[in-house]
Design a protein around this ligand. Structure first.
Ligand code: HEC
Length: 191
């Protein structure tokens, strides 16, 4: 190999090394900015991403400001299962609903309604949900309260989902969820 060829190779190797160093340093800076080790003067807000599914404008405008939990039972007497199934698409990024379906980001949901909190033994829950195992049930009302604002209802949950704010949309969804089971519960009857 001529000495000229050697110099070329050295240059190329040097360039590759330099590119690697630049990539590493900028990666460190990006991470530091992201986790806040450099930008410390900002107040400690929650870092990371929340998948906030926007309600359509109409239902957002008509939905009441929910201070108190909405009594979901009367709304369950008159539900639109098809609309509930459509609503469940907001969940399917993280959940499967089929019998024997796998866990994703969140646990599989077959047989959820009426079941205990942390109903899947092969899923690793946060303490917020796991602590309810054997003590709390996903009955209609609990499910509704949770789904209104999961992170408010169960602080510390790793379900990063803003919630389904519209009560009737929630009722429709719960009615559909109830059917994804070997033993659907009877829905409340209208008067
Ligand atoms: C961004 C991902 C994500 C989305 C979207 C999402 N979930 Fe979850 N869900 C999770 C995770 C993660 C958990 C586990 C929570 C924990 O352990 O704290 C969970 C847990 C749950 C639980 C508790 C299950 C149990 O076994 O106790 C219910 C109920 C639930 N989700 C319902 C829903 C419904 C209904 C929707 C749609 C309206 C939805 N989730 C949308 C990620 C998600």
């Amino acid at each position: 190999m001529s000495s000229r060829g050697g110099i070329e190779i050295n240059k190329i190797a040097g360039a590759i090394l330099l590119a690697g160093v630049i990539a590493m340093v900028s990666g460190l800076i990006a991470e530091a900015l992201y986790t806040g080790t450099i930008a410390e003067e900002k107040p400690k807000e929650k870092r990371g991403y929340t998948i906030a599914v926007a309600e359509d404008a109409a239902s957002a405008a008509s939905a009441p400001k929910e201070e108190k939990p909405v009594d979901i039972l009367p709304l369950l007497a008159k539900t639109d299962i098809k609309a509930g199934e459509a609503e469940s698409r907001k969940c399917s990024a993280c959940h499967t609903f089929t019998k024997g379906g796998g866990n994703g980001v969140g646990p599989n949901q077959w047989g959820l309604v009426g079941n205990t909190w942390a109903h899947k033994s092969d899923y690793s829950y946060s303490q917020a949900i796991a602590s309810g195992h054997g003590k709390k049930k996903w009955d209609f009302q609990t499910l509704s309260d949770f789904l209104t604002a999961p992170m408010k209802y169960a602080p510390g949950t790793k379900m990063s989902f803003a919630g389904v704010k519209d009560p009737q949309a929630r009722a429709n969804l719960i009615a559909w969820l109830n059917q994804q089971s070997d033993h659907p519960l009877p829905l409340p009857k209208g008067k």
